[in-house]
Design a protein around this ligand. Structure first.
Ligand SMILES: NC(=O)c1ccc[n+]([C@@H]2O[C@H](COP(=O)([O-])OP(=O)(O)OC[C@H]3O[C@@H](n4cnc5c(N)ncnc54)[C@H](OP(=O)(O)O)[C@@H]3O)[C@@H](O)[C@H]2O)c1
Length: 256
């Protein structure tokens, strides 16, 4: 280990909009997201390696460093709903979203519930009701599925979650988001994965992307952060860029 690696680096270099240094603890500590009327404002948070891999051997574990892990927690402080696809729930072994007591106080000050609610998108409902994410009866997640989903699977999940149907065959994401808005959700954080991201982007439902570029090369056949059929190129504006220990943390706005 080199001497530099032994020193704890608690400083983040802000490269865009202008160079400055800030304590690591300031990372995404004071974000403001707009409120829109017809659907929730939706921001994505993803991590990728330098060669574009969205996972290492099927999971994101080991990709992000300290700043990425802090960003992951901080971005959960601004949303009503954490939205994920069923593939991510299965691969990443999701539990109910957790935040420390101070983060919960900050959420309350912003007019949010102390903790965000988890919403899982799934057509096939291959989700075991014994999964950890269904373990807290006081914080039942939402499962967003289709009208023609398997009735037995749906019935089993209704014991541990609120199940809502939007669309047939595949979840109609614009309707699902409109429905969430009618239920009071102003801000949705989507934590992936790539299939869900692709569908949200194709439907024009993504407003921002927070992307951590980890200083790693993965090789192999790992998928990218957006999957699915071809997408008309989505253009983004680089709004902020930070560096911490070689990790680049970018905030992009989708150009409508
Ligand atoms: N790099 C990162 O930041 C990051 C973040 C998250 C995940 N990942 C990685 O991504 C991989 C998983 O990829 P993935 O593409 O399978 O994840 P995913 O998008 O979370 O899951 C795909 C599944 O979500 C459901 N789904 C998504 N959109 C739907 C729609 N419109 N209608 C109905 N169902 C819909 C389907 O579930 P059913 O099959 O149940 O119908 C589909 O099979 C894992 O290796 C994970 O580690 C990486």
């Amino acid at each position: 280990m080199s001497p530099e690696e032994k020193t704890v680096d608690r400083t983040v270099r802000v490269l865009v909009p202008e160079y400055r240094q800030e304590p690591l603890e300031h990372l995404y500590a004071d974000l403001q997201f707009p409120e829109i009327l017809h659907r929730p404002y939706l921001y994505l948070n993803m991590v990728a390696t330098l060669d574009g891999a969205a996972h290492l051997m099927g999971r994101t574990k080991g990709m992000g460093g300290e700043a990425d892990r802090l960003a992951f927690r901080r971005l959960r402080e601004y949303c009503d709903i954490v939205l994920v696809g069923a593939g991510t729930v299965r691969a990443e072994r999701y539990g109910p979203p957790r935040l420390d007591a101070e983060a919960q106080v900050r959420r309350r000050r912003r007019g949010l519930e102390p903790l965000p609610r988890l919403a899982v998108v799934s057509a096939r409902l291959h989700l075991d009701p014994a999964l950890q994410l269904f373990s807290d009866p006081d914080r039942r997640p939402l499962v967003i599925t289709t009208e023609d989903a398997d009735p037995a699977r749906r019935g089993a999940l209704e014991a541990v979650a609120e199940v809502v149907a939007c669309g047939r065959g595949t979840v109609d994401l614009p309707s699902a988001l409109r429905w969430l808005r009618t239920r009071g959700a102003r801000w949705v954080l989507c934590e992936g994965g790539p299939t869900l991201n692709g569908k949200l982007l194709a439907a024009g439902l993504v407003d921002e992307l927070f992307l951590t570029l980890a200083p790693l090369l993965a090789g192999g056949g790992a998928g990218r952060i957006v999957a699915g059929g071809s997408l008309a190129p989505v253009r983004l504006h680089l709004r902020e860029l930070r560096e911490h220990q070689g990790e680049l943390l970018a905030r992009y706005t989708v150009i409508p």
